[in-house]
Design a protein around this ligand. Structure first.
Ligand code: ADQ
Length: 462
């Protein structure tokens, strides 16, 4: 008699989203999709607890809530300095976002990164059963697959990169880039958001490591053959459209509308990060105000940017730069009853955020480089179908590969972005509706569940 193993799912990422957060309503789409998959398939989500201990023990904190198990481990302060604040956020993040100027290369960072990846591997190994699918997330954990193989794991292993894959010439400025890239070949499936990131990866491994891409798409290096796929992440579109019609959303929208006293609102929502192009965005808005004196006093820009990674000096620097820039622009243009930029450094619950998006006539999503950018998709999903706002989107966001009917701009060009703002503010309703319908069709079709199924479909044994 044939006995079929049911494969469970083991998700591994730097941090774990507790299912308990869902009742607080502050869960992102990624967490929603992964938790739903874990609920369906069974399994566990493993990662760092966010806590530190004096000496690493590998003791696992297990939680079971809402049909999902999460397992977390504490790290040492030195681990956090070297692995998280060091290699992940001072080396890999800036480098993979084309910012060699901000990238720090330190042996200690790399040593800590490899140590934590080994610690993750030994801690999670006993939780992985025969036949389980293992799905590793993001740049914090690139060598985890290799460490798991060293411990004898033969399961199907997948890796998804949430950030861009950099061009070879940039990647190669990372000392030890070669073992890092080679370690990806220990997975069975490696996923990227866009064809551009995938192409950059394939270019690198074929040109510089001698990998070969077969007719079936398999990428072979030595005795390992992997599948490298494009799987653009989406949002939980249905949930977001509903959130935009909720009472908290309506309340936030009304509050914003009333305070704007009839002015058109331009919104930006980003983690405070140098990759998001915020100084360039402020400068573009300033250019727009200078070029359109008749519109001064009739628009306002709301930039919501909660601080992140504050232990990293480059993040403190971007914050200081934006404080200065917003102050200068406001000082230059403000009147007794008008301030051109409202700059807010805090986070909002998701339903309120949906209301804020809906109140805005224009969204400025202008990163200098971004793996995908979910804010672009959330803004579209939150719009009133009969009177939608306009999305201005950077060509350097992964989302631009899907959202072709946004106003696509080069975020480095203040003139181009200023022109797009003027165009968006004056865009007739029919054109706004036409563009919105095309955008929302993509966002609904290629949502976060579609993304998850696409990746897991590739990972499942065939
Ligand atoms: P991030 O760089 O964090 O993610 P993004 O995709 O825009 O960027 O996601 C940010 C999320 O945080 C959005 O869901 C947004 O709503 C939320 N958020 C931002 N500011 C907020 C605020 N003030 N209040 C409440 N919520 C706020 C990384 C990559 C991206 C990739 C994602 C997913 O850098 O390129 O799209 O992972 O793969």
């Amino acid at each position: 008699m044939e006995r079929r193993e049911v494969s469970r799912l083991v998700v591994i990422s730097n941090r774990v989203q507790s299912p308990k957060a869902s009742s607080a309503g502050n869960q992102g789409g990624l967490a929603v999709a992964l938790l739903a998959a874990l609920r369906e398939k069974g399994g566990v989500w493993f990662g760092w607890s966010g806590e530190t201990v004096g000496a690493f023990t590998g003791a696992i904190g297990l939680e079971q809530a809402d049909g999902v198990a999460t397992a977390t481990v504490d790290l040492e302060p030195q681990d956090v300095d070297e692995y998280y604040n060091g290699y992940a956020n001072r080396s890999l993040w800036p480098l993979f976002h084309n910012r060699i100027d901000l990238t720090r290369f330190e042996r200690d960072f790399e040593g800590g990164y490899l140590r934590v990846n080994r610690r993750f591997a030994t801690t999670v190994r006993p939780l992985i059963g025969e036949g389980d699918l293992v799905w590793v997330h993001d740049y914090h954990l690139i060598p985890l697959g290799r460490e798991l193989r060293r411990l004898g794991l033969t399961n199907r292993l997948g890796f998804f990169l949430h950030i861009p894959w950099p061009p070879s010439q940039i990647l190669m400025s990372l000392p030890s880039h070669e073992p890092l890239v080679r370690s990806l070949f220990e997975y069975d499936v490696v996923g990227f958001h866009t064809p551009d990131w995938l192409d950059a990866f394939l270019h690198h491994v074929t040109r510089h490591l001698g990998a070969v891409v077969g007719e079936d798409g398999a990428v072979t290096l030595g005795d390992r053959a992997i599948r490298a796929i494009v799987a653009p992440i989406g949002i939980d579109a249905g949930e977001f459209e509903t959130a935009a019609r909720s009472d908290p959303a309506r309340f936030a929208r009304d509050r914003l509308h009333m305070s704007a006293t009839g002015r058109s609102i331009i919104v930006g929502v980003d983690r405070l990060d140098y990759s998001k192009g915020l100084p360039e965005r402020f400068a573009s808005y300033e250019r727009f105000l200078l070029r359109n004196p008749d519109l001064q006093g009739l628009v306002l820009m709301l930039q919501i940017a909660p601080p992140s990674r504050e232990k990293v000096d480059t993040y403190r620097a971007i914050r200081a730069e934006l404080d200065e820039l917003s102050g200068r622009i406001n000082g230059e243009f403000a009147d007794i009853d008008w301030v051109p930029i409202r700059y807010v450094n805090k986070g909002y619950p998701r339903d309120e955020l949906a209301g804020i998006y809906r109140a805005a006539r224009v969204a400025l999503v202008t990163p200098l480089r971004d793996g995908m950018n979910l804010v672009a998709k959330e803004y579209v999903a939150a719009q009133d179908p009969d009177d939608p706002g306009v999305l201005i989107l950077s060509i350097f966001a992964g989302a631009a590969a899907q959202l072709r009917d946004a106003l696509l701009v080069n975020p480095y060009s203040a003139d181009e972005v200023a022109d797009a703002i003027a165009l968006a503010l004056g865009m007739p309703r029919e054109e706004r509706v036409r563009r919105w319908r095309s955008l929302i069709a993509n966002i609904r079709r290629e949502d976060v569940f579609w993304w998850r199924d696409r990746f897991i479909g590739a990972l499942e044994p065939r």
